[in-house]
Ligand binder design. Structure first.
Ligand SMILES: *Cc1c(COP(=O)(O)O)cnc(C)c1O
Length: 414
């Protein structure tokens, strides 16, 4: 079966095969398509995945959800963050972290990023703290990491929660600990473009029992999981006794089956991405005006959601915008494979509070509007970065050489 055929010379993403299909068929035939379906004599796929993903990340608990955005909202709900609170988020990232904060009626406060990692800068976080700050929401941008020791120390010093958005970094590690396990709650997305995917999906991980219960309540309509030994008696798997707010953010058994199929492939794919990115770093940094991202030596396993290059506008005769357009042609890449960095959030048209739902007072709307930027490094990164999707790092050496040649030619004319 040709599910992994290459498109235009670049590896197809996501990668699935006969085995994936078999796992989906088994769910179809089992009659249990949802965690709230009838007991079939074995743990749900969802439960199996949650246990495997917790173990993979070296934490006690994983709660699965339907999206990464849901996982962010559930994390904020679990930490009782809401009206009157501020959460510090990076000024440049996907909109989900800021929208999740707005979803719980708290105010996202944007902090600038580091130019050479694109992750939120610890010093910038310190500068925007107020007495209303409750949490730091750090994103490991495109799989890179800032100084997480300093970020942890800062959160601890001020009594703040540290939430990690690890949607770009499944399988990364910092000083021997996995991305997502460094703060109070770590959040993942398993949307189609991510390095671990089931199309649409999410997860939140934590070491704390109480937070796990609250995350489950948020994810499962205020229900919690029944112990496996009791599942025969309560065939729906979920207990309705949780005294908290929650809504339905359940992952389906089909999605869990795909995740169970994909997780064992993750490390091998990440190692290949890391090796190829290392080679590209070496090649591309020799091209005049091209800068590669800095990697902290405490990142023991680096992952790549995007492979990022920056053009020094003083030294480069071509803008990042024009270079992207040329390379998309030269290398037969669409927008999915090559694009600019995220637009700074305060300028992003998607960052828009709902005029009724979030109109919880003039002071609140005013606080949101104050987040208008600009932040110098967010602007720099947006103007000067080019970002390749991680799947190109699974291409063969000949393909990657072609990429380096095209890049050098468009910049230097040679
Ligand atoms: C993809 C992503 C999310 C969550 O996305 P979903 O599409 O809701 O799964 C959250 N944060 C970042 C940084 C992301 O890139």
């Amino acid at each position: 079966m040709a599910m992994s055929i290459k498109q235009q010379g670049w590896p197809r993403w996501p990668i699935a095969d006969e085995e994936t299909l078999e796992q989906l068929r088994l769910v179809l035939e089992s009659g249990r398509w949802a965690i709230s379906g009838p007991y079939t004599g074995e743990p749900t796929r969802e439960q199996q995945f949650a246990e495997q993903f917790a173990a993979y990340n070296g934490v006690r608990w994983c709660v699965t959800l339907d999206h990464g955005t849901s996982a962010l909202i559930a994390a904020l709900e679990a930490l009782d963050i809401g009206a009157g609170d501020e959460v510090i988020v990076p000024g440049l990232t996907w909109v989900a972290p800021a929208l999740a904060v707005i979803s719980v009626n708290a105010v996202p406060v944007f902090a600038d990023v580091e130019r050479d990692t694109l992750c939120m800068d610890v010093h910038a976080v310190e500068q925007v703290m107020t007495k209303r700050t409750r949490a730091i929401l750090a994103v490991h941008m495109y799989g890179n990491m800032t100084d997480m020791d300093a970020m942890q120390a800062l959160a601890e010093k001020h009594g703040l929660y540290l939430i990690e958005d690890a949607a770009h970094s499944h399988g990364a590690s910092w000083n021997g600990r996995m991305a997502g396990s460094l703060g109070h709650i770590g959040v993942f997305s398993m949307q189609q473009g991510k390095v671990l995917t089931c199309g649409e999906g999410g997860a939140a991980i934590t070491d704390e029992d109480e937070l796990k219960d609250r995350l489950e309540a948020s994810a499962w309509n205020a229900r919690t999981r029944i112990a496996p030994s009791e599942q025969l008696l309560f065939p729906m798997s979920l207990d309705e006794g949780m005294p908290r707010f929650g809504t339905n953010r359940c992952l389906s058994e089909f999605q869990a089956a795909v995740l169970l199929d994909q997780l064992p492939r993750l490390d091998r794919q990440n190692r290949m991405r890391e090796a190829h990115a290392g080679w590209l770093d070496h090649q591309c940094s020799q091209i005049q005006g091209v800068q590669v991202m800095r990697k902290d030596p405490r990142i023991k396993q680096r992952t790549y959601y995007g492979y990022v290059l920056q053009l020094d506008p003083q030294e480069c005769p071509i803008s990042a915008h024009d270079l992207i357009a040329h390379l998309q042609q030269d290398l037969q890449m669409g927008d999915f494979l090559l694009h600019s960095a995220y637009k700074p959030l305060y300028r992003n048209p998607l960052f828009r509070p709902h005029p009724r739902r979030h109109a919880i007072g003039a002071a609140y709307m005013e606080a949101l509007q104050r987040q208008s930027g600009p932040l110098a490094n967010c602007e720099y990164a947006y103007a000067n970065s080019i970002v390749f999707h991680h799947s190109i790092l699974l291409a063969d050496q000949a393909q990657l050489s072609r990429l380096v040649e095209a890049l050098a030619f468009r910049i230097t004319g040679k």
